[in-house]
Ligand binder design. Structure first.
Ligand SMILES: *Cc1c(COP(=O)(O)O)cnc(C)c1O
Length: 235
């Protein structure tokens, strides 16, 4: 396949995803443009990302700080204003780099991370939009605050660290029907008066939009299947 054909393919997939989001907004009687599309570019090299930027996409997600640091400074340089979201786990020793690189972090889930991000935002004089990841399935191996601990954690972020949490994020268990997890996240955010709900991926973003998603994180439906064989080591 020629480079042009590949670029056309990715532009067509992006347009298709945008159309499906618009349709889901209409179906849910939500205002057009009320859902933000985050194009999750993890594992894809700059050459695969450029055609998506050229097709007008300005909001991207990555799940590893190191991978993002290797790709995005140059892409930002050549592309003008872009919004970059961290949707994967953050270690406190990467907070400095993460605050420098990203505009939004979806994965605040421990007091240590809240403290490190607060300190770095003050040091770098940079305000990020922050979401708390919720482990809606209470999976032992999964990151995120347990549903029963979310209210106290959000209050602690505000009171101890001065962090204004803007919303909640979840990744439902792979083997579960996602809708109840999205509904739970919506209930938790509503109770706390939080504006943003980051939920829904390639396989279920329409369901998430029906249940109130404001930020959908879509990777493979735009970029194609990921090749994990070439995935960089965890950061
Ligand atoms: C990879 C990833 C996505 C995108 O997944 P797709 O199924 O490819 O759309 C969304 N959210 C997070 C946290 C991810 O790591």
């Amino acid at each position: 396949m020629s480079a042009t054909a590949t670029a056309d393919g990715v532009a067509a997939r992006l347009a298709e995803v945008r159309n499906r989001i618009a349709q889901a907004e209409r179906d849910a009687s939500r205002p057009p443009g009320s859902v933000r599309l985050i194009a999750v570019a993890k594992t894809f090299a700059a050459d695969a990302i450029r055609p998506v930027i050229a097709a007008g996409q300005r909001v991207f997600g990555e799940n590893r700080v190191q991978e993002a640091a290797a790709k995005w400074p140059a892409l930002r340089e050549e592309s003008g204003p872009l919004e970059l979201h961290l949707v994967g786990p953050l270690q406190s020793n990467k907070a400095r780099e993460a605050v420098a690189l990203f505009d939004v972090i979806h994965t605040i889930d421990r007091e240590r991370i809240a403290a490190a991000v607060a300190a770095e935002m003050a040091r770098q004089k940079k305000q990020l939009r922050l979401l708390v990841q919720v482990n809606t399935g209470a999976e032992p191996q999964k990151a995120g605050v347990l549903p029963g601990a979310v209210d106290a954690f959000v209050a602690r972020c505000r009171d101890a660290y001065g962090l204004a949490i803007d919303g909640l994020m979840c990744i439902p268990p792979v083997d579960d029907v996602p809708a109840p997890h999205f509904a739970l996240l919506n209930t938790l955010a509503g109770r706390l008066g939080l504006a943003s709900l980051s939920m829904g991926m390639s396989g279920d973003f329409e369901t998430a939009i029906r249940l109130g998603a404001t930020d959908v994180r879509v990777g493979s439906a735009i970029f194609g299947e990921r090749n994990y064989g070439t995935e960089p080591a965890p950061s």
